[in-house]
Design a protein around this ligand. Structure first.
Ligand SMILES: Cc1cc2nc3c(=O)[nH]c(=O)nc-3n(C[C@H](O)[C@H](O)[C@H](O)COP(=O)(O)OP(=O)(O)OC[C@H]3O[C@@H](n4cnc5c(N)ncnc54)[C@H](O)[C@@H]3O)c2cc1C
Length: 403
């Protein structure tokens, strides 16, 4: 036990990042309280693709095993042109010597968080309060006074540290005054899910279709069980209203452009969202610490957002745990440097590059790019280097070497 304080660590947000922080801290005998603004875990359509290092990090907590009960193991993924003439296909099996999980695991985010919550609730010394919104806080050298609103009432909690895992509009980040540097893409992302099997048209369970306007990112998620759902993300014209973008005719048109067929598509879910590329100038502000979407945002091409949040949580829990148990607080600076390096040098660069390449406007450049990728995919050594980076393993190794 920390000699100076037994005040708990308060975590704002019971998303995947906040719950992961809570589990990893609680397993080190640190008391944690999670406050979640919503009345229950959120259930909307979000991320759902887990890279090998993320599966490795969650394994010691029993999360990864449980994800495999329903998750889909996706060994191969593609980048293709619209007509399927150019297809670069990558095999994560090439990483079998460096990871026990040489594949991406697909599982909806809203199926991960109940597993995390379930595990958290088995650990003594933890509390999770739904319908409790972190509204404000003040801090001094000894701790943080966190103001929480619930049912129109206000409570003040004395915490040793406050972790802001409260998503893109983070109250904790705003309270620090830390700048959220970056930009917002002009267009919307439109997401639609269908049970129609795109696999019969040659799509791997994760595929990216390159086109200046009609680009698409496809990935299959398990849903409630077989046959699963194929989810596609498309360009959404920023001049159009939400209603126009979500109009069944617009969704049908986009699906038919992806794979033309005689019959209309059955659409189970659809949504739109705005995409940002932003990184907080620092992830630590005294005793207020940022993780996950509260600290950084990126477009979903490559599936890095949620994965990065888990990587933050594991790294932060390691450093904060050591500080709690007596090491110097400057150790938290290492969290900031390592995770900002991973975010700025890899996630931001790769996700922006993925989007730009997918939307390449010059057909000759697009062909050249796809031809080059096909050559990379056909050469085991170059393909291995490519999947090492795109699976986040390479970037993490470099970032974790930062001191
Ligand atoms: C609409 C949408 C679609 C997405 N689609 C994809 C995708 O297809 N692929 C991909 O890789 N990534 C996607 N992402 C990103 C991915 O879902 C996030 O990276 C991931 O959710 C980050 O987890 P997090 O726990 O950091 O934040 P969140 O999941 O946002 O969790 C934050 C939690 O904090 C709670 N909260 C907020 N404010 C407070 C407060 N003041 N007090 C207490 N609780 C609070 C929220 O209710 C929420 O439960 C999407 C994100 C969104 C918003």
């Amino acid at each position: 036990m920390n000699s100076k304080t037994s005040k708990p660590v308060v975590i704002a947000g019971a998303g995947p990042t906040g719950l992961m922080c809570a589990i990893a801290l609680a397993r080190q005998n640190i008391p944690v309280i999670v406050f979640e603004a919503e009345p229950a875990l959120t259930h909307d359509l979000r991320a759902g693709s887990y890279h090998p290092p993320t599966l490795e990090m969650m394994a010691p907590y029993g999360i990864t095993d449980r994800m495999h009960d329903t998750g889909l193991q996706v060994r191969e993924w593609q980048i293709r042109d619209k007509r399927g003439e150019y297809i670069a296909q990558f095999d994560l099996g090439l990483l079998a010597d460096v990871t026990p999980y040489p594949y991406r695991l697909h599982l909806e985010q809203h199926r991960l968080t109940p597993i995390q919550l379930d595990i958290l609730r088995t650990i003594p010394g933890t509390e999770v309060h739904f319908n409790h919104r972190v509204a404000d806080y003040t801090q001094d050298g000894d701790g943080v006074r966190v103001t929480v609103e619930t049912n129109g009432e206000t409570r003040v909690i004395e915490a040793s540290w406050l972790i802001g895992a409260d998503g893109s509009r983070s109250v904790v980040r705003k309270g620090t005054g830390i700048e959220f540097e970056g930009f917002t893409w002009p267009e919307f992302f439109v997401v639609a899910s269908t049970p129609y099997d795109l696999g019969q048209h040659g799509f791997t369970m994760n595929a990216y279709v390159s086109d200046p306007i009609e680009w698409a990112a496809v990935f299959k998620v398990p849903d409630d069980g077989p046959p699963g759902l194929w989810r596609a993300a498309f360009y959404g014209d920023p001049q159009k209203s939400d209603a126009e973008l979500l109009d069944p005719a617009n969704i049908e048109r986009a699906m038919q452009l992806l794979v033309p067929r005689d019959q209309p598509y059955e659409i189970r879910y659809k949504s739109i969202y705005r995409v940002h590329q932003r990184v907080a100038q620092t992830f630590i502000h005294g005793r207020a610490l940022l993780a996950g979407d509260a600290a950084h945002l990126n477009n979903p091409l490559g599936g890095f957002g949620l994965n990065s949040g888990i990587h933050d949580a594991i790294n932060l829990a390691d450093k904060l745990g050591r500080v709690w148990h007596g090491e110097n607080e400057t150790l938290l600076g290492v969290y900031d440097r390592q995770r900002r390096a991973a975010t700025v040098e890899q996630v931001q660069k790769m996700s922006i590059r993925n989007k730009q390449l997918l939307q390449e406007r010059d057909p000759a450049v697009q062909r050249q790019h796809l031809t080059e990728l096909m050559a990379v995919a056909a050469d085991p050594q170059r393909a291995r280097a490519h999947v090492l980076e795109s699976s986040m393993l390479g970037g993490l190794r470099r970032a974790n070497a930062v001191t």
